[in-house]
Design a protein. Structure first.
Length: 73
């Protein structure tokens, strides 16, 4: 299953639905953490989409499958 092309706002919203919270933002990077310790960083550049490679890295960081992520969108 291919990954959709999304903005950082949609990715962050989906991760928040999964229980991740924003712990800090420094300039254009948002750090999210789950209560169980999983952490990832999502770059936030207004109006730009996140590439498939970076989205794959985020999903690997949070130990989530593509199907699990798609269900949160």
């Amino acid at each position: 299953m291919t990954l959709p092309v999304l903005t950082s706002d949609r990715i962050i919203a989906a991760l928040q639905k999964a229980g991740f919270g924003v712990i800090r933002q420094r300039r254009s990077h948002v750090v999210l953490r789950h209560a169980d310790g999983r952490t990832t960083v999502v770059p936030q550049h207004r109006g730009r989409t996140i590439g498939k490679g970076l989205l794959s890295k985020v999903l690997k960081d949070v130990q989530m499958t593509r199907e699990q992520f798609r269900s949160l969108l």
